[in-house]
Design a protein around this ligand. Structure first.
Ligand code: SAH
Length: 287
């Protein structure tokens, strides 16, 4: 019997945001491999399956176990939260495939199933922060030298990107977030809007809107993603809005192109007529 290997991202952690293919791929598997917390999030899909679930640090062993099981003819799903290819297990599994001489077409099939990454789910919770160019940076220096992370933060700040910080802080990694703030404050205004989102679409979800200058005051942990606006991002009630463009090209009501180019004045899209800062269309109590 031929085995199969699926790499499956199951989204932020709520069943509604698990794609149909991701659900199927987990259902089809005899063996499900993943980090304990992730396995728990899809527990309802796992009845009758063999589970290979080890701690966070044993990722290489997990990747090897998955490849070996597929080679032995089992149907294997490697699961991770969000998108399996975004700070996930996919890269490691492909490295093991290469190392063990796997060949597409000759050996068992490998499928990568896309998922809703934290960037998307966190953004959705706070409106429209990613409408323009953005950069994701993980602050985890367990596998990446801190100098590289600093260089990328610096470039993201210099480029006026909206910045998403994955893995911003853990019990052991506590100074990195303050350093990231310092670097970004070289380019971004202290009052730049930010969102600190813990466990989007999961139990214990917590959303705090703040400003870059106060980023360190927020409670930040392993399940938090931080989004930091660009120079055009504004707060709109419980939302952050990054306009589609930097120029005032469009009339909001008609969608009509007002003018071409960046050097002529026009109506600001970030503060159109009728814009009332502080109004929350969702009403009170929304988090
Ligand atoms: N593959 C995952 C990312 C894994 S790295 C994805 O695509 O989303 C782990 C980091 O992801 C966490 O430290 C946190 O920054 C972020 N994260 C994952 N799930 C999240 C959620 N539900 N809410 C907020 N952040 C989340």
């Amino acid at each position: 019997m031929q085995g199969a290997l699926s790499l499956v991202g199951f989204g932020p952690g709520h069943g509604e945001h698990l794609t149909i293919r991701a659900r199927e791929a987990i259902r089809e598997a005899d063996v499900v491999v993943g980090y304990r917390t992730y396995i728990d999030l899809v527990a309802d899909l796992l009845e009758g399956k063999e589970i290979v679930s080890t701690g966070m640090t044993e990722e290489i062993e997990r990747a090897r176990a998955a490849v070996e099981a597929a080679r032995a003819g089992r149907k294997v799903a490697v699961v991770s939260s969000g998108d399996v290819g975004i700070y996930g297990m996919a890269g490691l599994v492909f490295e093991v495939l290469r190392e063990t001489g796997w060949e597409a077409g000759r050996d068992f099939p490998v499928e990568v199933v896309p998922g809703v990454t934290a960037l998307s789910s966190v953004a959705a919770r706070i409106g429209a922060p990613l409408t323009h160019d953005f950069a994701a940076v993980s602050l985890s220096d367990l596998l990446t030298p801190w100098e590289v992370i600093e260089r990328r933060l610096d470039a993201a700040g210099r480029g006026d990107f909206v910045v998403a910080l994955y893995n911003p802080q853990s019990k052991r990694r506590t100074w990195q977030l303050g350093r990231a703030q310092e670097i970004l404050l070289q380019y971004k205004a202290p009052e730049t809007p930010i969102a600190v989102v813990k466990s989007a679409y999961r139990e214990g979800e917590r959303i705090v809107l703040s400003i870059l200058d106060r980023m360190k005051d927020a409670e930040v942990g392993m399940l938090t993603t931080i989004l930091i606006g660009n120079s055009n991002t504004t707060r709109f009630g419980d939302y952050l809005v990054t306009p589609r463009g930097y120029t005032n090209k469009y009339a909001l009501d008609s969608g009509e192109l007002l003018y071409q180019g960046v050097d002529r004045p026009g109506r600001s899209l970030s503060r159109p007529a009728g814009w009332t800062p502080g109004t929350d269309p969702r009403g009170s109590g929304a988090a």
